[in-house]
Design a protein around this ligand. Structure first.
Ligand code: S3P
Length: 454
């Protein structure tokens, strides 16, 4: 489809114990920001461990189109940035493919410049709401042109002098917070973002690392006030990107579910704004050993040893959602094999991801015999540990809606189900985790591409 590749159905079947040690590719959030901030900063940025998924590569292309030099030299990405405030006008629309993060953060980064920038994406990104970023940009003086009601394609043009704003983020979204802060980089004075519910803090930490004058105050209720002094200098950095906890989630849940498994995953980012899934699985009875906890490049990192475990249903509170927002699809798969029911609360943001993930998960579970109820902002999954009747004997495929995490989650479901589980497309997985198939099959997972009948 419009992410550039024909749909490739794939199927997973009941597997023997998974065993081995793997290293998960770099974190997607940090990889996007490494290209953006490296491309913007003065001087050289060197990145190792970058996630080379389609989403991140599109961000790199956008930064190149705005004047940064980005090259791969051996295992390192080497960037010569433009200098803060010195991005060039892109000569063609910036195509972000499937990536909400790349698109929304870049809208903030370049939208306040006094020239035109146009944003396009694939069929999934084109459906996603952009008003959440465009509204604060409008307050800063950005002129927005879109014929599709704040959906892509969108053209932005900044004013001569952007207006520094104080913006209270109305939903729990690191993308919205980040877009406003990045707009603040090229705005005179202090841009303030108030974040009532903490979300991943990579933008704050990394901007500080690049030398931005950025401070964070947290009040007694946990409300964070982030202040950024605009138009300062950013200086190139050396970055080693830790492994993505959101990608880790797939082999992690697979190892918990497939009987007899024992898998070690190296170098996983353990930033507390990203570890909600591990906490939840531990509450469900998962045997996850956290080894060698350490600090690397200002982030908490550890290795995880996962042994197959019997899980029990739990209630996942709404306030945990920001720390595991991308992990609910695969948590729902874990819940399908737990004893009793698992109730997930506060899922409203799942409806505006690469797909409406709440309904995509519920539909996929039902297609494969899992008992669940989809509410407006909730999901209840009633599990059965033996996987009896799970899967789809007729070979009906889960509709992935151009959503990589739906594809990977359901391929994990099939590793323990009675019948095979088929997904209509595995090519979309390349947006975030191109190594998924090889790493999983290397551990012993039975996952194959389905050959189309000639
Ligand atoms: C991200 C923020 C989250 C997350 C996405 C990455 C980021 O989106 O779902 O995969 O890197 O800032 P929202 O901010 O829309 O919750």
């Amino acid at each position: 489809m419009s992410h550039g590749i024909a749909l490739k159905p794939a199927r997973s079947t009941r597997s023997e114990a998974l065993n081995g040690t793997i290293k998960i590719p770099g974190d997607k959030s940090i990889s996007h920001r490494s290209f953006m901030f490296g491309g913007l900063a003065s001087g050289e940025t060197r990145i190792t461990g970058l996630l080379e998924g389609e989403d991140v590569i599109n961000t790199g292309r956008a930064m190149r189109a705005m004047g940064a030099t980005i090259e791969k030299v051996g295992a390192e990405w080497v960037i010569q940035g433009t200098g803060n405030g010195a991005l060039l006008a892109p000569q063609a629309p910036l195509d972000f493919g499937n990536a909400g993060t790349g698109c929304r953060l870049t809208m903030g980064l370049v939208g306040v410049y006094d020239f035109d920038s146009t944003f396009i994406g694939d069929a999934s990104l084109t459906k996603r709401p952009m008003g959440r970023v465009l509204n604060p940009l409008r307050e800063m003086g950005v002129q927005v042109t879109s014929t599709e009601g704040d959906r892509l394609p969108v053209t932005l043009r900044g004013p001569k002098t952007p207006n520094p704003i104080t913006y209270r983020v109305p939903m729990a979204s690191a993308q919205v917070k980040s877009a406003v802060l990045l707009a603040g980089l090229n705005t005179p004075g202090i841009t303030t973002v108030i974040e009532p519910v903490m979300t991943r803090d990579h933008t704050e930490k990394m901007l500080q690392g690049f030398g931005a004058d950025l401070s964070v105050d947290t009040d007694a209720e946990g409300v964070r006030t982030i202040r950024l002094v605009g138009r300062g200098q950013l200086k190139g950095q050396v970055i080693d990107v830790p492994g993505d906890p959101s990608s880790t989630a797939f082999p992690l849940v697979a190892a918990l579910l497939v009987p007899g498994s024992d898998v070690t995953i190296l170098n996983v980012l353990m930033n507390p704004t990203r570890t909600g899934l591990i906490l939840t699985l531990q509450e469900m009875g998962a045997d996850i050993e956290i080894l060698n906890p350490r600090l690397a490049g200002g982030e908490d990192v550890a290795d995880l040893r996962i042994r197959a475990s019997e899980l029990k249903g739990v209630t996942v509170p709404a306030d945990r959602a920001p720390s595991m927002i991308d992990e609910y699809p695969v948590l729902a798969v874990a819940a399908a094999y737990a004893t009793g029911s698992t109730t997930m609360l506060g899922l409203e943001e799942l409806r505006v991801k690469e797909s409406d993930r709440l309904s995509a998960v519920a539909e996929g579970l039902k297609l494969n015999g899992v008992d669940c109820d989809e509410g407006k902002e909730t999901l209840v999954v009633r599990g059965r540990p033996d996987g009896k009747g799970y899967g789809n004997a007729a070979g009906a495929a889960v509709v992935t809606h151009l959503d990589h995490r739906i594809a990977m989650s359901f391929l994990v479901l099939g590793l323990v189900s009675e019948h095979a589980v088929t997904v209509d497309d595995a090519s979309i997985i390349a947006t975030s985790f191109p190594e998924f198939m090889d790493l999983m099959t290397g551990l012993g997972a039975r996952i194959d591409l389905v050959e189309e009948a000639a």
